[in-house]
Design a protein around this ligand. Sequence first.
Ligand SMILES: [Zn+2]
Length: 342
Amino acid sequence: MVRKIKKKDKEKTIEFSKILSQLRKGTTVSECLWNEDDCDNTIVNAHSIQNNRYLNKISENGKIYSLKFGITEEYDLMWNFEETGRNTFSTFKGFCKKHDKELFQPIEDRDYRYLKEQNFLFAFRALAREYHVKKESVNNFVKLLDELKNNSNFLEYSLKKGFFEHALNLDKITLEVYEGEFLKLKEQIKDKNYNGINTLTLKLDEEYPIVCNSTFIPYKTNELEDVFSKEDYDRIQIGELNPSLFLNIFPEDGGTVILISYLEEYKNYLEKYLKTFEKIDEIELKKRISTMVVQYCENVGFSPKYMREKFTEDEIEKIKKVYSENITNTLYMSGTEINLFK
Ligand SMILES: [Zn+2]
Protein backbone atom coordinates (compact mmCIF):
# COMPACT_ATOMS: atom_id res chain seq x y z
CA MET A 1 0.00 0.00 0.00
CA VAL A 2 2.74 2.42 0.90
CA ARG A 3 5.02 3.49 -1.88
CA LYS A 4 8.33 5.14 -1.27
CA ILE A 5 9.57 8.08 -3.25
CA LYS A 6 13.33 8.32 -3.48
CA LYS A 7 14.70 11.77 -2.80
CA LYS A 8 16.56 11.79 -6.09
CA ASP A 9 13.50 10.83 -8.08
CA LYS A 10 12.83 14.43 -8.98
CA GLU A 11 10.09 13.97 -11.52
CA LYS A 12 7.93 12.00 -9.12
CA THR A 13 8.57 14.44 -6.30
CA ILE A 14 7.48 17.37 -8.44
CA GLU A 15 4.41 15.47 -9.58
CA PHE A 16 3.53 14.55 -6.03
CA SER A 17 4.02 18.10 -4.76
CA LYS A 18 1.64 19.28 -7.45
CA ILE A 19 -1.02 16.78 -6.40
CA LEU A 20 -0.56 17.69 -2.79
CA SER A 21 -0.84 21.43 -3.24
CA GLN A 22 -3.84 20.93 -5.51
CA LEU A 23 -5.50 18.78 -2.86
CA ARG A 24 -4.76 21.23 -0.08
CA LYS A 25 -6.32 24.11 -1.94
CA GLY A 26 -9.43 25.11 -0.07
CA THR A 27 -8.92 22.59 2.72
CA THR A 28 -6.66 24.59 5.03
CA VAL A 29 -8.07 25.79 8.32
CA SER A 30 -7.10 29.23 9.58
CA GLU A 31 -8.89 30.18 12.77
CA CYS A 32 -8.35 30.81 16.46
CA LEU A 33 -9.35 27.64 18.30
CA TRP A 34 -9.64 29.64 21.52
CA ASN A 35 -12.49 31.46 19.82
CA GLU A 36 -13.49 34.30 22.13
CA ASP A 37 -14.87 37.79 21.59
CA ASP A 38 -11.46 39.34 22.26
CA CYS A 39 -9.75 37.41 19.41
CA ASP A 40 -7.28 39.32 17.28
CA ASN A 41 -8.07 39.58 13.58
CA THR A 42 -4.66 38.17 12.68
CA ILE A 43 -4.30 34.38 12.68
CA VAL A 44 -0.64 33.58 13.16
CA ASN A 45 1.52 30.64 12.19
CA ALA A 46 1.59 29.39 15.76
CA HIS A 47 4.62 27.32 16.70
CA SER A 48 3.82 24.08 18.49
CA ILE A 49 7.49 23.94 19.51
CA GLN A 50 9.17 27.08 20.84
CA ASN A 51 11.03 28.69 17.96
CA ASN A 52 13.35 30.97 19.93
CA ARG A 53 14.07 28.50 22.69
CA TYR A 54 14.45 25.11 21.07
CA LEU A 55 14.27 25.32 17.27
CA ASN A 56 16.87 28.05 17.32
CA LYS A 57 19.09 25.76 19.35
CA ILE A 58 18.88 22.69 17.13
CA SER A 59 18.64 24.24 13.66
CA GLU A 60 21.49 24.38 11.17
CA ASN A 61 21.48 27.41 8.85
CA GLY A 62 17.90 27.94 9.98
CA LYS A 63 16.82 24.43 8.94
CA ILE A 64 15.26 21.58 10.90
CA TYR A 65 15.36 17.96 9.77
CA SER A 66 11.74 16.84 9.86
CA LEU A 67 9.08 14.58 8.42
CA LYS A 68 6.74 15.47 5.62
CA PHE A 69 3.53 13.71 4.78
CA GLY A 70 2.85 13.08 1.14
CA ILE A 71 0.62 11.48 -1.45
CA THR A 72 2.04 9.74 -4.49
CA GLU A 73 0.52 10.16 -7.93
CA GLU A 74 -1.12 6.78 -7.36
CA TYR A 75 -2.94 8.20 -4.34
CA ASP A 76 -0.86 6.31 -1.81
CA LEU A 77 0.19 7.92 1.44
CA MET A 78 3.75 8.11 2.69
CA TRP A 79 6.23 9.95 4.94
CA ASN A 80 9.52 11.42 3.85
CA PHE A 81 12.28 13.38 5.58
CA GLU A 82 13.17 16.89 4.48
CA GLU A 83 14.80 20.03 5.80
CA THR A 84 12.30 22.71 6.79
CA GLY A 85 12.94 26.32 7.75
CA ARG A 86 12.62 26.77 11.50
CA ASN A 87 10.14 29.59 11.05
CA THR A 88 7.63 27.26 9.42
CA PHE A 89 8.45 23.93 11.06
CA SER A 90 5.80 22.72 13.52
CA THR A 91 3.53 25.70 12.87
CA PHE A 92 -0.24 25.67 12.51
CA LYS A 93 -2.81 28.38 11.92
CA GLY A 94 -4.76 27.61 15.04
CA PHE A 95 -4.51 30.75 17.17
CA CYS A 96 -4.89 34.48 16.74
CA LYS A 97 -1.90 36.66 17.53
CA LYS A 98 -3.26 37.71 20.92
CA HIS A 99 -4.15 34.25 22.22
CA ASP A 100 -1.03 32.57 20.88
CA LYS A 101 1.01 35.12 22.83
CA GLU A 102 -1.06 35.19 26.01
CA LEU A 103 -1.78 31.50 26.41
CA PHE A 104 1.72 30.16 25.95
CA GLN A 105 3.71 32.90 27.69
CA PRO A 106 4.62 30.63 30.65
CA ILE A 107 6.44 28.24 28.33
CA GLU A 108 7.55 30.68 25.64
CA ASP A 109 9.01 33.48 27.73
CA ARG A 110 10.00 31.65 30.89
CA ASP A 111 12.55 28.89 31.48
CA TYR A 112 11.17 25.43 32.03
CA ARG A 113 10.97 24.82 35.78
CA TYR A 114 8.85 21.68 36.05
CA LEU A 115 5.79 23.75 36.99
CA LYS A 116 2.35 22.14 36.75
CA GLU A 117 1.14 25.10 34.71
CA GLN A 118 4.01 24.64 32.23
CA ASN A 119 3.45 20.89 31.89
CA PHE A 120 -0.25 21.56 31.32
CA LEU A 121 0.49 24.07 28.55
CA PHE A 122 2.96 21.79 26.77
CA ALA A 123 0.26 19.10 26.64
CA PHE A 124 -2.50 21.57 25.74
CA ARG A 125 -0.48 22.84 22.81
CA ALA A 126 -0.01 19.29 21.51
CA LEU A 127 -3.76 18.79 21.72
CA ALA A 128 -4.47 22.11 19.99
CA ARG A 129 -2.14 21.24 17.15
CA GLU A 130 -3.62 17.78 16.62
CA TYR A 131 -7.13 19.22 16.83
CA HIS A 132 -6.20 21.64 14.06
CA VAL A 133 -4.47 18.89 12.05
CA LYS A 134 -7.62 16.75 12.27
CA LYS A 135 -9.80 19.60 11.06
CA GLU A 136 -7.64 19.90 7.96
CA SER A 137 -7.36 16.16 7.59
CA VAL A 138 -11.13 15.74 7.44
CA ASN A 139 -11.29 18.43 4.73
CA ASN A 140 -8.44 16.72 2.88
CA PHE A 141 -10.03 13.29 2.84
CA VAL A 142 -13.33 14.69 1.62
CA LYS A 143 -11.53 16.38 -1.24
CA LEU A 144 -9.28 13.39 -1.89
CA LEU A 145 -12.29 11.11 -2.29
CA ASP A 146 -13.78 13.60 -4.68
CA GLU A 147 -10.60 13.82 -6.77
CA LEU A 148 -10.21 10.06 -6.76
CA LYS A 149 -13.74 9.65 -8.04
CA ASN A 150 -13.27 12.13 -10.86
CA ASN A 151 -9.71 11.33 -11.92
CA SER A 152 -9.16 7.60 -11.61
CA ASN A 153 -10.61 4.62 -13.41
CA PHE A 154 -13.35 2.52 -11.88
CA LEU A 155 -11.03 -0.23 -10.65
CA GLU A 156 -8.61 2.14 -8.93
CA TYR A 157 -11.50 4.05 -7.39
CA SER A 158 -13.15 0.88 -6.09
CA LEU A 159 -9.90 -0.38 -4.63
CA LYS A 160 -8.98 2.79 -2.77
CA LYS A 161 -12.34 4.31 -1.92
CA GLY A 162 -12.87 2.01 1.07
CA PHE A 163 -9.59 2.90 2.71
CA PHE A 164 -10.09 6.64 2.36
CA GLU A 165 -13.69 6.48 3.56
CA HIS A 166 -12.56 4.50 6.56
CA ALA A 167 -9.79 7.02 7.27
CA LEU A 168 -12.26 9.87 6.95
CA ASN A 169 -14.66 8.27 9.42
CA LEU A 170 -11.89 7.67 11.94
CA ASP A 171 -10.76 11.26 11.60
CA LYS A 172 -14.30 12.52 12.16
CA ILE A 173 -14.56 10.51 15.37
CA THR A 174 -11.17 11.78 16.58
CA LEU A 175 -12.07 15.35 15.67
CA GLU A 176 -15.14 15.21 17.87
CA VAL A 177 -13.15 13.76 20.77
CA TYR A 178 -10.44 16.44 20.44
CA GLU A 179 -13.02 19.19 20.30
CA GLY A 180 -14.57 18.02 23.58
CA GLU A 181 -11.20 17.80 25.28
CA PHE A 182 -10.04 21.14 23.96
CA LEU A 183 -13.11 22.87 25.35
CA LYS A 184 -12.70 21.16 28.71
CA LEU A 185 -9.03 22.14 29.02
CA LYS A 186 -9.84 25.65 27.88
CA GLU A 187 -12.16 26.09 30.87
CA GLN A 188 -9.45 24.75 33.19
CA ILE A 189 -6.93 27.25 31.83
CA LYS A 190 -9.41 30.06 32.38
CA ASP A 191 -9.83 28.88 35.99
CA LYS A 192 -6.05 28.51 36.38
CA ASN A 193 -6.71 24.95 37.48
CA TYR A 194 -3.97 22.70 36.18
CA ASN A 195 -5.00 19.48 37.91
CA GLY A 196 -6.73 18.04 34.85
CA ILE A 197 -3.44 16.91 33.34
CA ASN A 198 -0.84 14.67 34.99
CA THR A 199 2.73 14.60 33.77
CA LEU A 200 5.54 12.14 34.14
CA THR A 201 8.72 14.22 33.91
CA LEU A 202 11.91 12.52 32.79
CA LYS A 203 15.33 13.85 31.93
CA LEU A 204 18.31 12.56 29.99
CA ASP A 205 21.66 13.84 31.23
CA GLU A 206 22.86 14.90 27.82
CA GLU A 207 21.43 17.59 25.55
CA TYR A 208 20.17 15.91 22.37
CA PRO A 209 19.09 18.12 19.45
CA ILE A 210 15.62 16.56 19.22
CA VAL A 211 12.25 18.23 19.71
CA CYS A 212 8.81 16.70 19.77
CA ASN A 213 5.25 17.84 20.51
CA SER A 214 2.65 15.22 19.86
CA THR A 215 -0.38 13.32 21.11
CA PHE A 216 -1.28 9.70 20.44
CA ILE A 217 -2.84 6.58 21.94
CA PRO A 218 -0.17 4.06 23.01
CA TYR A 219 -1.66 0.76 21.88
CA LYS A 220 1.36 -1.47 22.43
CA THR A 221 4.13 -1.66 24.98
CA ASN A 222 7.76 -2.02 23.99
CA GLU A 223 7.36 -5.71 24.60
CA LEU A 224 4.53 -5.70 22.03
CA GLU A 225 1.88 -6.32 24.66
CA ASP A 226 -1.53 -4.65 24.42
CA VAL A 227 -1.87 -1.63 26.70
CA PHE A 228 -5.68 -1.81 26.70
CA SER A 229 -8.19 -4.62 27.07
CA LYS A 230 -10.12 -5.72 23.99
CA GLU A 231 -13.22 -4.01 25.37
CA ASP A 232 -11.43 -0.71 25.97
CA TYR A 233 -9.77 -0.95 22.57
CA ASP A 234 -13.20 -1.18 20.93
CA ARG A 235 -14.46 1.78 22.96
CA ILE A 236 -11.44 3.81 21.82
CA GLN A 237 -12.24 3.07 18.16
CA ILE A 238 -15.72 4.53 18.45
CA GLY A 239 -14.54 7.60 20.37
CA GLU A 240 -15.95 6.64 23.79
CA LEU A 241 -12.51 6.62 25.38
CA ASN A 242 -9.41 8.60 24.52
CA PRO A 243 -6.54 7.54 26.76
CA SER A 244 -4.02 9.64 24.86
CA LEU A 245 -0.54 10.59 25.87
CA PHE A 246 1.02 13.97 25.12
CA LEU A 247 4.72 13.73 24.49
CA ASN A 248 7.06 16.70 24.61
CA ILE A 249 10.82 16.49 24.18
CA PHE A 250 13.20 19.43 24.25
CA PRO A 251 16.82 20.22 25.11
CA GLU A 252 17.14 22.33 28.23
CA ASP A 253 19.95 23.22 30.62
CA GLY A 254 22.47 20.68 29.38
CA GLY A 255 19.94 17.84 29.43
CA THR A 256 16.94 16.60 27.46
CA VAL A 257 13.53 16.96 29.08
CA ILE A 258 10.85 14.39 28.29
CA LEU A 259 7.29 15.11 29.39
CA ILE A 260 4.68 12.39 29.14
CA SER A 261 1.28 13.82 30.03
CA TYR A 262 -2.28 12.49 30.10
CA LEU A 263 -5.72 13.60 31.22
CA GLU A 264 -6.45 12.83 34.86
CA GLU A 265 -9.65 11.01 33.87
CA TYR A 266 -7.62 8.37 32.00
CA LYS A 267 -5.20 7.69 34.81
CA ASN A 268 -6.52 4.17 35.43
CA TYR A 269 -6.09 3.18 31.79
CA LEU A 270 -2.50 4.37 31.50
CA GLU A 271 -1.00 3.99 34.95
CA LYS A 272 0.25 0.44 34.51
CA TYR A 273 1.89 1.25 31.19
CA LEU A 274 3.52 4.42 32.51
CA LYS A 275 4.88 2.61 35.57
CA THR A 276 7.18 0.77 33.16
CA PHE A 277 8.97 4.06 32.50
CA GLU A 278 10.01 4.44 36.11
CA LYS A 279 13.02 2.74 37.62
CA ILE A 280 14.68 1.86 34.34
CA ASP A 281 18.22 2.82 33.37
CA GLU A 282 19.03 5.50 30.82
CA ILE A 283 19.75 3.04 27.99
CA GLU A 284 16.34 1.43 28.39
CA LEU A 285 14.64 4.81 28.71
CA LYS A 286 16.23 6.02 25.47
CA LYS A 287 15.03 2.88 23.74
CA ARG A 288 11.47 3.25 25.00
CA ILE A 289 11.16 6.94 24.16
CA SER A 290 12.68 6.36 20.72
CA THR A 291 10.13 3.66 19.96
CA MET A 292 7.36 5.95 21.14
CA VAL A 293 8.52 8.79 18.90
CA VAL A 294 9.03 6.70 15.77
CA GLN A 295 5.86 4.76 16.38
CA TYR A 296 3.48 7.60 17.09
CA CYS A 297 4.85 11.14 16.71
CA GLU A 298 5.27 12.88 13.40
CA ASN A 299 5.66 16.40 14.83
CA VAL A 300 9.30 15.79 15.59
CA GLY A 301 12.42 17.69 14.54
CA PHE A 302 16.13 16.98 14.59
CA SER A 303 19.27 18.96 13.99
CA PRO A 304 20.31 18.20 10.36
CA LYS A 305 23.94 17.91 11.47
CA TYR A 306 23.01 15.40 14.17
CA MET A 307 21.13 13.17 11.73
CA ARG A 308 23.91 13.38 9.17
CA GLU A 309 26.63 12.51 11.64
CA LYS A 310 24.91 9.96 13.87
CA PHE A 311 22.60 8.02 11.54
CA THR A 312 23.31 5.88 8.50
CA GLU A 313 21.11 6.09 5.41
CA ASP A 314 19.90 2.66 6.25
CA GLU A 315 18.74 3.73 9.71
CA ILE A 316 16.94 6.75 8.27
CA GLU A 317 15.16 4.49 5.76
CA LYS A 318 14.11 2.25 8.63
CA ILE A 319 12.65 5.17 10.56
CA LYS A 320 10.71 6.35 7.49
CA LYS A 321 9.41 2.85 6.93
CA VAL A 322 7.93 2.61 10.43
CA TYR A 323 6.16 5.96 9.95
CA SER A 324 4.77 4.97 6.57
CA GLU A 325 3.63 1.54 7.71
CA ASN A 326 1.75 3.19 10.57
CA ILE A 327 -0.45 5.12 8.17
CA THR A 328 -2.29 1.98 7.18
CA ASN A 329 -1.73 -0.02 10.34
CA THR A 330 -1.65 1.88 13.63
CA LEU A 331 -0.68 -1.32 15.42
CA TYR A 332 2.36 -1.90 13.24
CA MET A 333 5.46 -2.34 15.34
CA SER A 334 8.76 -2.34 13.58
CA GLY A 335 10.62 -4.53 16.02
CA THR A 336 13.71 -2.63 14.90
CA GLU A 337 15.20 -1.07 17.96
CA ILE A 338 16.03 2.42 16.82
CA ASN A 339 17.80 4.67 19.29
CA LEU A 340 17.25 8.35 18.51
CA PHE A 341 19.43 9.54 21.38
CA LYS A 342 23.03 8.94 20.33
ZN1 LIG B 1 -8.02 34.22 19.54
